[in-house]
Design a binder for this molecule. Structure first.
Ligand SMILES: [Zn+2]
Length: 56
């Protein structure tokens, strides 16, 4: 009986992690896209503007 409860809790934990991962993955991809300059395509260094001088 304890094993069944443990397995159920483990499954619920795994589902929670899966849902959390789904919510977490898209923002990461968006931030990766934002790191690249849309005008020249070069990766931005830090949070400052792109060295190409164009505004994003
Ligand atoms: Zn640029």
């Amino acid at each position: 009986m304890i094993l069944i409860k443990a397995a159920f809790l483990f499954l619920a934990f795994m589902i929670g992690i899966a849902i959390w991962g789904r919510f977490r993955k898209p923002p990461r991809r968006l931030t990766q896209r934002d790191k690249f300059c849309p005008s020249c395509g070069r990766p931005r260094i830090g949070k400052g503007p792109c060295p190409c001088g164009r505004r994003a």
